[in-house]
Design a protein. Structure first.
Length: 425
């Protein structure tokens, strides 16, 4: 053990502590024997007595160049450590030992952190805000962790950085954290925390709405043939393998979605629209200003005043006239601001809430995406599906390969493509 300690900067302190232990043991023996003897010479041979006092002097007193006694020692980090004033000899030795253990544990933690961080790669996507301006949102996540660990990442953020989102994995949410800052601030954030495993780090990326087919309610395809027929040829088309038959019949076992909660992640939903029959509710919005849970209805929260895209998609999902699941509960989840585009971090926030607090059974409907494949987006939706949330995404509506888009390419996601009215394209 002593030989191993010579390989560290704390070798001197370790030897000193061992001599302290030796001195204490010897003195204990001496005291027991002196009680029954008039001199040390009758207990131990003279050379041994001389060694005993030498060891006692070395272990008990550390002298500086002026021969003055000092009670400080050098720790394994090269810094001096001193006992507090008024300590007994035993307390001093205990303080030395505790200090060395604390320093060694800190060194071990630093080494463990260095080993973990050596495997971290910071991925900067070319079309991200960070790539364009040098600053923007970064997503940091682990494969598994606790909420307390995620909360610790938000403490003592680098100066100038700010938190955008933190997940709640202990309640079934995401082990993810989003901070806004520079690459240097991300490095600082990583170095200032302990990590239970190697973190993944990527820049967030912008997302875009999937464009709808360019038709209006004046188009003949939206005309209601009769009260018993579907108001859209789209409904007529999706319940048949081929062509149209002037009918839409949902499978009996579907109960037309009754009891199911469908979360429409989009520009918001105008929940007052009569086609929802009172089954739509504004639930949440996340558009860059933190998470907002909507209060009592009616409310402007998660509204769709500027776009109409989200209301259109929600109508396709569960409208009385043009919806597939005519009895499902529709939740408006606003992830696009009224002006400008959104980031996938907004979607991540809403998915985390659905996983932890959203009523079940749950379906997340996303008519949005981005070109490319991204590790953090794949991780989010795989975990959501594993947690029991059915995720449905649009393929793209642009005639291109859906496997080149996110979240459409993710195998756990149900990706839905558009088709024409009579053929199979």
């Amino acid at each position: 053990w002593l030989a191993a300690r010579f390989e560290t900067r704390g070798a001197y302190v370790s030897i000193k502590l061992n001599l302290s232990v030796l001195r204490s043991a010897m003195l204990a023996v001496v005291r027991r024997n002196v009680a029954a003897s008039s001199s040390l010479g009758s207990v131990f041979p003279k050379p041994f007595v001389l060694f005993l006092f030498f060891a006692t002097w070395v272990a008990a007193v550390d002298r500086n160049g002026n021969g003055e006694e000092t009670q400080c020692w050098e720790g394994s980090d090269g810094k001096k450590a001193c006992p507090r004033k008024g300590m007994s000899a035993l307390q001093t030795r205990k303080h030395e030992a505790e200090t060395i253990v604390a320093i060694e544990e800190d060194d071990e933690a630093n080494q463990a952190r260095a080993n973990i961080l050596s495997g971290v790669k910071l991925v900067v996507h070319g079309h991200s805000e960070v790539a364009k301006t040098g600053r923007g949102p970064w997503i940091i996540w682990l494969d598994n962790c606790s909420t307390e660990e995620v909360n610790s990442w938000a403490r003592n953020l680098p100066r100038g950085a700010r938190e955008r989102f933190r997940g709640n994995p202990s309640r079934g949410g995401l082990c993810s954290f989003i901070m806004e800052g520079t690459k240097e601030q991300v490095h600082e954030e990583l170095a200032s925390h302990s990590w239970s495993s190697t973190p993944h780090v990527e820049t967030d990326v912008p997302m875009y709405l999937i464009p709808e087919v360019n038709v209006t309610e004046d188009d003949p395809s939206f005309a209601q043939v009769s009260q018993d027929n579907p108001s859209s040829w789209g409904l007529d088309r999706i319940d048949d393998r081929h062509g149209l038959d002037n009918s839409y019949n949902a499978p009996p076992e579907s109960h037309q979605g009754e009891g199911v909660h469908i979360y429409v992640l989009d520009t918001g939903v105008r929940v007052s629209h009569t086609d929802f029959g009172g089954r739509a509710v504004a639930t949440m919005e996340s558009v860059g200003n933190g998470r907002t849970l909507c209060g009592p209805q009616p409310t402007t929260c998660a509204g769709d005043a500027a776009s109409g895209h989200g209301t259109h998609c929600a109508g396709t999902v569960g409208g009385i006239k043009s919806g597939v699941a005519k009895k499902a509960k529709i939740h408006g989840m606003k992830v696009f601001p009224d002006v400008g585009s959104g980031d996938f971090g907004y979607v991540l926030d809403t998915i985390d809430w659905i996983m932890t607090d959203g009523p079940r059974p749950a379906v997340a409907s996303l008519s949005l995406g981005a070109a490319g494949q991204y590790a953090h987006i794949t991780d989010v939706f795989n975990k959501a599906v594993a947690a029991g949330v059915v995720v449905v995404a649009a393929a793209g509506n642009d005639g291109k390969e859906a496997c080149d888009y996110s979240p459409a390419h993710i195998t756990s996601v149900i990706t839905v493509g558009a088709m024409d009215d009579v053929g199979d394209k």
